[in-house]
Write a protein that binds this ligand. Structure first.
Ligand code: FSX
Ligand code: SF4
Ligand code: F3S
Length: 313
């Protein structure tokens, strides 16, 4: 009770009302595919977390857009909520330590929480030339990944790069960049997207804390609650996809073309993600709402398979 009171006081000090917070919990519960009866339980995970799992967050070949997405662009207070329910032991972007001190923190955390920590990995791993294309502290990403990931209770690959290779693995890929699971020969929970939606990471962690297990995954390791349907199946422009309806509403085939973005190369029909329902920036918008075709950023082989972007599939 005491913990809970403190939590709401802290939220209030940040200008977040209990009502805002419950709205977020309702949204998160629905995103996770749970019934409304779970809303109070989801709120409880944040308000009085039972045990905060240690998290080690590794950066390999990437642009740090995934971290930026998680820590900065959603509701401004989600990053703090996330840091309330996990114990971030190592994260290069937000930690104060640097150089040898940082290396020591990583090593010590992996030993101290062996078998217990969640390893979140951002970015893909170069495999050619013994991994020489990517190094931190004079050790290759490959060496670091091989040392740290097998010690984790679970490895969560975040972003297109870590899950499927992403932009670093696009042709001609001289460094032989590969997805984390493939490069290290391990199974990973995959949260793809370039960048992925932060709510899907929060949903995965809350699922773990609430139900004691990882969410159900599809055959590509993606949580089904987020990646169970195609963009096209949930797209608000969908009703204009069928030419008949299209022409009827807009008067001519030409005018109708401007609405559905299929002919501009939209990859919505072959891309699995929940962008149309969860949107980005606290529900403000998402690519197709903003008038741009989906470029298939959460699918395997994004980039090569999806380019050239503006040609019909
Ligand atoms: Fe990749 Fe994440 Fe794209 Fe960037 O770091 S998924 S390049 S948005 O940020 O890994
Ligand atoms: Fe499908 Fe894309 Fe057209 Fe939407 S804009 S209906 S996702 S093809
Ligand atoms: Fe990516 Fe398509 Fe969503 S480009 S952000 S999966 S709409």
């Amino acid at each position: 009770m005491e913990k809970e009171r403190e939590f709401y006081e802290r939220l209030e000090a940040r200008g977040v009302t209990r009502r805002d917070f419950m709205k977020f919990c309702t949204f998160l519960t629905a995103t996770m595919g749970l019934s409304a009866s779970f809303i109070p339980k989801v709120a409880e995970v944040f308000a009085s977390p039972a045990q905060r799992p240690p998290v080690i967050w590794l950066h390999f070949g990437e642009c740090t857009g995934c971290t930026e997405a998680v820590l900065r662009t959603m509701y401004p207070w989600i990053d703090e909520l996330l840091l309330d329910i996990i114990s971030m032991e190592y994260h290069e972007t937000i930690m104060a330590a640097a150089g040898h001190q940082a290396e020591e923190v990583l090593h010590d955390a992996a030993e101290k929480y062996k078998g217990k920590f969640i390893c979140v990995v951002e970015g893909s791993i170069p495999t050619k030339f013994n991994g020489a294309y990517g190094k931190i502290g004079n050790r290759t990403f490959l060496e670091i990944g091989k040392e740290i990931c097998p010690k984790a209770a679970a490895v969560v690959a975040i972003g297109a790069c870590a899950t499927f290779g992403g932009i670093p693995a696009a042709k001609p890929n001289p460094g032989g960049y590969e997805a984390v699971g493939k490069a290290l020969g391990i199974g990973t929970v995959n949260i793809p997207g370039c960048p992925p939606n932060p709510i899907n990471l929060v949903g995965t962690v809350v699922n773990y804390l609430l139900l004691g297990k990882l969410p159900t995954l599809d055959n590509l390791g993606r949580p089904l609650f987020a990646y169970g349907k195609t963009i096209h199946d949930q797209c608000p422009r969908r009703s204009h996809f069928e030419m008949g309806e299209f022409v009827e509403e807009f008067g001519s085939e030409e005018a109708a073309m401007g609405y559905c973005l299929y002919k501009l190369g939209c990859r919505g029909p072959e891309t699995y993600n929940n962008c149309p329902t969860v949107k980005f920036h606290g529900g403000t918008s998402w690519p197709i709402q903003a008038g741009h075709p989906c470029i298939g950023c959460s699918q395997p082989d994004f980039w090569d398979h999806m380019t050239p972007f503006y040609e019909e599939m």
